[in-house]
Ligand binder design. Structure first.
Ligand SMILES: [Zn+2]
Length: 469
């Protein structure tokens, strides 16, 4: 049990391990989102805190002062020991010291680090930190964060705590219960073309001679080329797409849809993020695995939809998000918009990093351990056993991609990932994240894309054109 010992706090910030059963707690009205795998609350309601503390096993408090700026959660990613830097704690300390000591900021960093408002460290564990920085700095932290650290900005006011409604979970359970092998689905998904996946990802990484893309960082020139290219290609394959801006300076989300043949609002969504991150100080951010692989998988699926003349019964959306690397910005805006519109989203599956496995490991599929809807993960696991039995399926602690944005507003969601374990790609968040390298496996991308596609076909329902047409 957690002991509250603060005396009449101005405002108190509470960090507690992720718990999806919050709805009954008074704390839910002071919810500032789930960051890393921690729930964050800010409140000065000590009555509620004392009450809530009885139900919390663990957690820590931070006293907030008046000079708090934009709060940003920083999390060290779950990475395999084979690539984990021994110095990751020191690297963070050095980074933070530069961020908080204006005299240490180099000329290069001046544009990023605001000298007038030094950063403050509010909470720290070995693999996470909560800092306060000015809002400009918050948006560009990813350019200067040491490797494997990810940023996630806190909202500036409480957000509703919205668990996935039991009715929505039941609907997924019904699909799970009725699931059986469909030879037509097997034949459709096998049409995803590996040479085409290779060609598409090489355009996105800039490896293709016709591509001018050097980076797909959310604020780069290349990411805008990628956005237009994705829109054109999805539209050439029968989808209706819009480039949806969400925040000034960021590349837009690419939102594509296929209207269902049934008169229904039910919608199934598959997604990836098309922005990328490179090495510190490098202008190159090819993002071949992260997340060129997931983005290319979406395109591979769209190409088959067009070639087969597929019509979905329910509505379908294919989304390529931007701003993921700055803290899931693009998907947060879009998921929130869908929530506010009362969208009837049956489920969503995000593909983030599908391409890498170590040379001595089999092809794999990892599903998230904590953030996401277990029933959706189970559905995806069962579909993998049916349509991609070559994949070894397991759980990954690698956390969190755009599915979190949807899960956080009560939509059933999960992620597909390249490994049943932590991140092991040595080129993760590195300017060497190209597709032409050891360990990058197009067959694994195809196998996982087949699973994402099969999920779409089973959940949305579909018809093929009749032979006479
Ligand atoms: Zn990613």
């Amino acid at each position: 049990m957690l002991v509250v010992n603060a005396v009449a706090p101005l405002a108190l910030l509470l960090v507690a391990p992720y718990n999806s059963q919050l709805s009954d707690s008074c704390l839910s009205q002071y919810y500032y989102g789930t960051h890393g795998q921690q729930n964050v609350f800010i409140t000065d309601d000590d009555v509620c805190l004392s009450k809530a503390a009885q139900h919390l096993n663990d957690g820590s408090f931070v006293q907030l002062t008046d000079d708090v700026q934009q709060l940003v959660w920083l999390q060290h990613q779950a990475v395999d020991d084979s690539i984990k830097p021994a110095s990751f704690v020191d690297e963070f300390n050095a980074f933070f010291s530069r961020l908080s000591t204006p005299s240490q900021v180099t000329d290069d960093e001046q544009i990023v680090f605001n000298k007038q408002h030094p950063a403050k460290l509010l909470h720290r564990t070995e693999s996470s930190a909560l800092i306060s920085v000015d809002s400009e700095t918050a948006l560009t932290l990813d350019l200067h964060l040491p490797r494997f650290w990810k940023a996630s900005p806190l909202p500036t006011s409480p957000v509703p705590f919205i668990p996935v409604p039991s009715k929505a979970v039941d609907r997924v359970r019904d699909i799970l219960d009725g699931l059986k092998f469909d030879p037509t689905v097997a034949s459709i998904v096998s049409n995803i073309s590996v040479p085409q996946l290779r060609s598409d990802v090489r355009y996105l990484t800039g490896e293709h001679p016709s591509s001018e893309i050097i980076s797909r960082h959310s604020f780069s020139k290349g990411v805008l080329i990628a956005a237009d290219w994705l829109k054109d290609n999805f539209e050439a394959h029968g989808a209706s797409c819009t480039l949806k801006p969400f925040l000034s300076g960021f590349a837009p989300n690419v939102i594509c849809s296929y209207e269902g043949t049934e008169n229904t609002t039910e919608t199934v969504l598959i997604s990836a993020h098309y922005d990328s991150r490179g090495s510190f100080g490098s202008v190159r951010a090819p993002g071949g695995d992260d997340d060129g692989s997931g983005t290319t998988a979406l395109l591979g699926i769209a190409r088959v939809i067009a070639r087969k003349g597929l019509k979905f019964r329910k509505n379908v959306q294919i989304c390529a998000f931007a701003g993921e690397e700055q803290g899931l910005y693009g998907s947060r805006y879009y998921a929130r918009e869908m929530y506010e519109k009362g969208a009837n989203l049956t489920l969503m599956v995000q593909a983030d990093m599908l391409g890498y496995h170590a040379a001595d490991e089999p092809a794999q599929l990892g599903l998230p351990d904590i953030i996401g809807t277990p029933e959706v993960a189970q559905l995806v696991a069962n579909l993998s056993a049916i349509y991609s039995p070559e994949l070894k399926v397991g759980i990954t602690p690698a956390c969190c991609s755009d599915h979190q944005s949807f899960h956080q507003v009560g939509f059933p969601a999960t992620q597909v990932f390249e490994r049943a374990g932590p991140i092991a790609d040595p080129m993760y968040h590195n300017s060497g994240d190209l597709s032409d390298r050891e360990g990058y496996d197009f067959e694994q991308i195809k196998s996982i894309a087949k699973v994402q596609f099969a999920t779409l076909l089973h959940v949305a329902g579909f018809d093929l054109p009749s032979k006479e047409d």
